[in-house]
Design a protein around this ligand. Structure first.
Ligand SMILES: [Zn+2]
Ligand SMILES: [Zn+2]
Length: 120
């Protein structure tokens, strides 16, 4: 059920991450050091589901943009969305579909933005 694969390091702290993949094709990336929790959802208007392979391809992309407020994967602007059940999430809804939160920062916007703005 859960596989650990070798992929690029965490864009926020530079440490190794774990890839958690399910048989349904759902895939997410977890950094045990900074607590980043990243999943990729299909971009708006596209029906295709991002499978494990595509998720890893997107994760391994790095933006040339040095602006720390932008998505580290594709360089697009992100939105801060508060979900009633899971808390605050930073979503790259106009770009790669990344949905990012940090362990312990879901309930604290300032912590979330601070963790997001760090770049390895
Ligand atoms: Zn990290
Ligand atoms: Zn993105």
């Amino acid at each position: 059920m859960v596989k650990v694969l070798k992929v690029k390091e965490c864009p926020f702290c530079g440490n190794d991450v774990e890839v958690l993949a399910s048989l349904e094709g759902y895939c997410k990336f977890e950094c045990l050091i900074c607590g980043a929790d990243v999943a990729f959802c299909p971009p708006q208007g596209k029906e295709e589901i991002l499978d494990v392979k595509k998720s890893i391809e997107t994760w391994n992309k790095r933006s040339e943009s040095s602006k720390s407020e932008c998505c580290p994967f594709c360089g697009e602007d992100v939105l801060l969305i508060a979900f009633p059940d899971i808390g605050n999430v930073l979503g790259c809804y106009y770009g790669c579909g990344a949905s990012v939160t940090f362990c312990g920062a879901e309930r604290n916007k300032e912590k979330l933005v601070e963790a997001w703005s760090r770049r390895a």
